[in-house]
Design a protein around this ligand. Structure first.
Ligand SMILES: Nc1ncnc2c1ncn2[C@@H]1O[C@H](COP(=O)(O)OP(=O)(O)OP(=O)(O)O)[C@@H](O)[C@H]1O
Ligand SMILES: [Mg+2]
Length: 624
């Protein structure tokens, strides 16, 4: 990762901070104003304390009695300074907090928004764990230095003020300041440079650890049933161990530098006392001035650390920022056109593939991408049903993705009603086509929300109509809260077949003019599957039927199609009716027969998930 080079990390870190200031200038100004007020009050307090010692305490000791008036004046001054300091701290903390969390929220939104805009091809190349950490810990890391930044800026102003006041007091003492302050600064810079590669490594490992955790939770079922707990734990432990070591390396460096940063101002105080004693004897300065300057060095020690905090967080910030920018700057976004297709009365759409070639982008840019589809040409005429049949890995899902423009062809075109899908607006595309994917995705929400997805114009009547078409009304009606039933994360409280029918109903609720079913009813009983397809071809409620492209295996389903397209290894090998293909294409007959046998065995074992307690009423429905 580019952030590994420590040489330019300071410059790049400062640019990141500049970006933050440009985005939140007003809040930053408030925070810095608070911090400067605080810094000036720190200097003022040193001089008041010096004044108290020189003008009240020393004479009082000499005289043996305290002057009440002078003491009251000093107390009032110190109180006033304290109040202003509190105001300064309040302004700085509030401003810095606002700025940091606002930036975090804004960038989280931008990153997740970007995920939705980026094409599937980009997502294929990026692990889920990385995406999670980009939106979470990377955004946080990028804006970590914002918290101490106003303090650091105020401290810089304070240091300048301190040097000026030192010169006004005595040039010899000023020289001590001129030696100590730059040394503090330099030490901080060295610190942050040493820190850079360690922080970058830790940040990368954080992403990897969260990636592994995400994967093993996701695959918990596989891990458990295959008895892979130990291996999975070991895989996680190894990476977690690396992260631990990386963080310890960070801590060790901190352990070396923190004491140095702490000690330097104390050494400054010591130098002031030595130099000051000489100057006092020479009569160049008064007791008041010496005490003020010595006290100044003591109270400066703490705020000066703020500069160190910013510099120490910069490498991590740069590492996080690089990872965030990688998402925000990612290209390959699929631009939409400005044409619309939406006819006054909804009629089925015509889908056509013309000599489509497609290949997934390789995981790493320098590898050659292999072609997954070649010379794919076919049409789904308006209102017709076309079945896509082929062995596993033939490219059926890829064709389905192209049909709804999840990906674009390398060459060739995909058209809807004669218009290249690339020329359509996103909204028009979404209202025209619907894909029911091979792997159903259900949100952790109610049944209703899963179907409407907050799309306008889908009321409960429409939801029930869609559920009826998807043969899902029976089980939904039997759910404890009907449409208001929560389905659990990824629909865990539903059976596989129920999830599939829910996602089908979701697609149907938008009344698409072209429906693409990618093996979308595989977990549903075959008779129900045939009933669904028959219902879609001629909806009972008088709605216009959609054109259907269906990836299917079952004879009963395929037989309902007007045309069958047989694909093998990314090529269309044959087209025709089911009967024609059975008679003429040996591979096709083999595939359908083999599938049917497997299916029969499965049915004998009663493995369809229809018969679950949730759906006990459904068997009646199935047998109807
Ligand atoms: N995201 C991806 N990145 C790279 N290659 C992919 C990706 N998805 C699929 N492929 C490859 O593309 C080819 C076609 O895959 P596709 O998913 O379209 O097959 P399919 O016909 O739907 O198979 P199945 O019947 O098993 O669902 C396969 O060789 C597969 O390995
Ligand atoms: Mg597939």
């Amino acid at each position: 990762m580019a952030s590994g080079t420590s040489r330019d990390v300071l410059g790049r870190g400062l640019r990141v901070l500049g970006q933050a200031i440009r985005e939140q200038p007003r809040i930053f100004a408030v925070a810095v104003a608070g911090s400067v007020l605080f810094g000036l009050m720190v200097i003022a307090s040193a001089y008041v304390v010096g004044g108290v010692v020189g003008k009240v305490v020393v004479p009082a000791i000499a005289r043996g009695s305290v002057t009440g008036g002078a003491l009251a004046l000093a107390a009032t001054a110190l109180f006033g300074i304290s109040v202003l300091r509190v105001v300064g701290i309040f302004g700085r903390r509030l401003g810095a907090g606002y700025m940091q969390y606002r930036l975090q929220a804004a960038y989280r939104r931008r990153v997740t928004r970007r995920y939705l805009d980026l094409p599937l091809a980009w997502h294929h190349r990026n692990a889920t764990g990385t995406l999670l950490s980009n939106a979470n810990s990377d955004v946080e890391a990028a804006w970590y230095p914002i918290a101490p930044l106003p303090f650091a800026v105020g401290t810089l102003v304070m240091l300048v003020g301190a040097v000026v006041s030192l010169f006004l007091t005595d040039w010899a003492l000023a020289l001590v300041g001129l030696a100590v302050f730059p040394a503090l600064f330099a030490l901080n810079v060295v610190y942050s440079r040493r820190m850079a590669p360690r922080q970058a490594r830790a940040q990368r490992l954080r992403a990897e650890v969260s990636g592994i955790a995400h994967e093993s939770f996701d695959g918990a079922l596989v891990v458990k049933t295959m008895g892979r707990e130990a291996q999975e734990t070991a895989r996680f432990a190894a990476r977690a161990g690396e992260l631990r070591d990386a963080l310890i390396a960070v801590g060790r460096l901190r352990g070396v530098f923190d004491p140095m940063l702490e000690t330097l101002p104390s050494l400054g105080t010591l130098a002031v006392l030595v130099v000051g004693a000489v100057r006092l004897r020479q009569g160049a300065i008064s007791v008041t001035e010496l005490v003020s300057v010595a006290f100044l060095f003591t109270v400066l020690a703490f705020p000066v650390r703020a500069i160190g905090w910013v510099l120490a967080e910069l490498p991590r910030s740069v590492a996080g920022w690089d990872r965030v920018r990688r998402v925000l700057d990612a290209t390959g976004e699929m631009p939409y056109g400005d044409r619309t297709l939406d006819p006054a009365t909804p009629t089925p759409a015509t889908l056509a593939f013309h000599d489509v070639h497609f290949g997934y982008e390789p995981a790493e840019a320098h590898l050659p991408g292999t072609e997954v589809l070649g010379e794919v040409t076919f049409t789904v005429p308006a209102g017709k049903t076309v079945a896509l049949v082929g062995p596993t890995g033939a490219g059926k899902s890829t064709i389905a993705s192209l049909a709804v423009r999840l990906v674009d062809p390398r060459t060739g075109t995909v058209t809807l009603d004669g218009v290249d899908v690339r020329e359509l607006t996103a909204a028009s595309l979404a209202s025209t086509v619907a894909l029911v994917a091979q792997v159903p995705f259900v949100f952790d929400d109610t049944v209703r929300a899963n179907i409407t997805l907050d799309r306008p114009g889908i009321g409960d009547d429409e939801v029930w109509a869609a559920l009826r078409l998807a043969e899902a009304d029976g089980f939904v009606a039997a759910l404890p809260d009907g449409l208001d039933t929560m389905v659990g994360e990824r629909g865990t409280s539903l059976s596989g077949g129920q999830r599939q029918r829910l996602t089908l109903a979701r697609a149907l609720a938008g009344r698409p003019r072209l429906l693409v079913l990618d093996d979308a009813t595989s977990a549903v009983d075959p008779r129900v599957e045939a009933a669904i397809l028959a219902g879609l071809r001629a909806p009972a409620d008088g709605a216009a039927p959609a054109s259907i492209l269906v990836v299917a295996y079952r004879r009963a389903t395929i037989a309902l199609a007007d045309e069958v397209i047989y694909v093998e290894q990314g090529r269309v090998l044959a087209r025709g009716t089911h009967a024609e293909l059975l008679a003429t294409v040996p591979g096709y007959a083999d595939l359908v027969t083999a599938y049917e046998q497997a299916e029969q065995e499965r049915e004998q074992k009663h493995t369809y998930d229809e018969v679950t307690p949730l759906t006990s009423g459904l068997e009646v429905e199935v047998d109807r």
